[in-house]
Design a protein around this ligand. Structure first.
Ligand code: XMP
Length: 433
């Protein structure tokens, strides 16, 4: 490891990730550790230059007072003790704005700890390539490549490190957005020369989902079938010892810890059978989402892949409401493509967190070419949120709304009505199912 590191010890503070991100934005690497780390383990951390003891409100977690061990206080490393009082109104509270947090930490990081600003993507990639090569040796690695940001960046990093020792499996379950499976094949097989197994499982998934209207049942079928297809492909390949995963830092460390404990990363991909025993390779496990994107850019992935909006695992399956039918699924896919195109033209793709269309399983009356029509509506949604727990509705310019509406009505077969969903979360959820 080339970089210096500032360690944050978590004493039940909700600001751990904010603090780590602030230090990293100063160009210095930072990691969060539980408060009960021993002084010996702390001092052995590579590149450690200083410690922030990050106390939560009154340093009480679940009614129990906690503190770091006296030996940690006496370990000789530069140390900053931060207490976040219970009252948000207190002047001592951690500044709300990220820039202010960064400025408050700057003197400690550079003047006290004498850390060097050597955390950047080039060094990260170089380190990871080395670490992956060391971990994997000449063995083979398998990766489920969905085309989402995290799995795409893992794939690009592993291709850089071990080339064709990596096999990527892309399962097209028929519920992906327009152009997505094609883009995965184009980028990974044609441009990056990846060893890519493309599985066309469209009929299989749609068959399993036929007549199933309950949203949770649909999710379960899609999830279980995905594992089954992936498992079948894995069994066809021989000599695979490792499984790569796009686990990222927020999956590992709880933001806003209540227990002051690190959450261990999951040790298997959503229920692969025991006889498929793999060791995990998780090269992004220390990155925040924006760093994952920066890593993708540095590895040469296209912007559409790296700056992609969040997309649920069950895909368009939960946007084609009720029992999925092919005509409505195509209407969701086509209207979603139009929405994405128009949002990009209007610059809204940079401003809006998530935007998509939904096609319900009822029709309404309209007129087309002078005759009565009875067709589906398309509902679209554009929301902003920090953490997906609450969401507000984006104010969209009337002209943009009109262009989107007219294009959907003209270009998507079987649709005679377009509605914009104005409901915030709560009480609505972001998805309709
Ligand atoms: P809701 O609808 O619960 O969505 O407000 C919050 C965020 O989660 C995404 N979402 C899912 N992601 N599998 C996923 O991987 C799912 O089953 C799922 N359901 C919702 C949703 O798109 C939004 O970003």
């Amino acid at each position: 490891m080339k970089q210096d590191m500032i360690v944050i010890l978590d004493l039940g503070c909700t600001e751990n990730t904010v603090t780590a991100r602030a230090i990293r934005s100063l160009g210095v690497y930072s990691e969060i550790y539980p408060h009960d780390i021993t002084a010996e383990a702390l001092k052995a951390l590579p590149g450690i230059k200083g410690v922030i003891i990050n106390g939560g409100a009154n340093r009480v977690v679940d009614g129990v007072s906690i503190d770091v061990a006296p030996e940690v206080y006496a370990c000789g490393l530069p140390m900053l003790v931060v207490d976040h009082p219970a009252s948000e109104l207190s002047e001592e509270a951690w500044p709300e704005k990220e820039e202010d947090v960064i400025e408050r930490l700057r003197p400690f990081v550079f003047d006290v700890c004498k850390a060097e600003a050597n955390w950047n993507m080039e060094n990260f990639i170089e380190d990871q390539v080395e670490l992956i090569r060391r971990q994997v040796g000449d063995k083979k690695v398998l990766l489920a490549l969905s085309g989402g940001v995290d799995s795409s960046v893992v794939a690009a990093l592993l291709i850089r490190a071990i080339g064709d020792q990596l096999t990527c499996v892309h399962v097209n379950h028929g519920l992906l957005r327009k152009g997505e499976p094609e883009q995965v094949v184009e980028v990974f097989r044609n441009q990056l020369n990846a060893n890519l197994v493309y599985v066309d499982a469209v009929e299989r998934f749609l068959g399993k989902l036929e007549g199933v209207a309950d949203p949770e049942e649909k999710r379960k079928i899609i999830g279980a079938e995905f594992i089954r297809v992936f498992e079948e492909e894995a069994r066809k390949l021989s000599g695979i010892e490792f499984l790569a995963q796009g686990t990222i830092y927020p999956d590992i460390v709880e933001s806003g810890t209540k227990t002051a404990k690190m959450v261990k990363s999951h040790h298997n991909v959503g229920g692969l059978p025991e006889d498929l025993q793999f060791t995990l390779v998780e090269p992004l496990r220390m990155l925040f989402k924006d760093e994952v994107r920066a890593c993708g850019v540095a590895l040469g992935l296209p912007d559409e892949m790296v700056y992609r909006q969040p997309f649920p695992g069950p895909g368009l399956g939960v946007r084609c409401l009720g029992a999925i039918t092919r005509d409505r699924l195509e209407a969701v896919r086509e209207s979603d493509a139009i929405l994405r195109e128009e949002f990009a033209k209007a610059g809204l793709d940079q401003k809006v967190w998530q935007y998509f269309t939904v096609v319900p399983d009822f029709k309404s009356v309209g007129v087309r070419d002078g005759a009565r029509s009875f067709e589906y509506p398309v509902i679209f949604r554009a929301v902003n949120t920090i953490d997906a727990m609450e969401a507000s509705i984006e104010h969209i310019d009337w002209d943009v709304l009109t262009v989107i509406t007219n294009r959907i009505l003209k270009e998507v077969p079987g649709v005679n009505r377009v509605c914009y969903d104005l409901s915030p979360k709560p009480p609505a959820t972001i998805e309709w199912e």
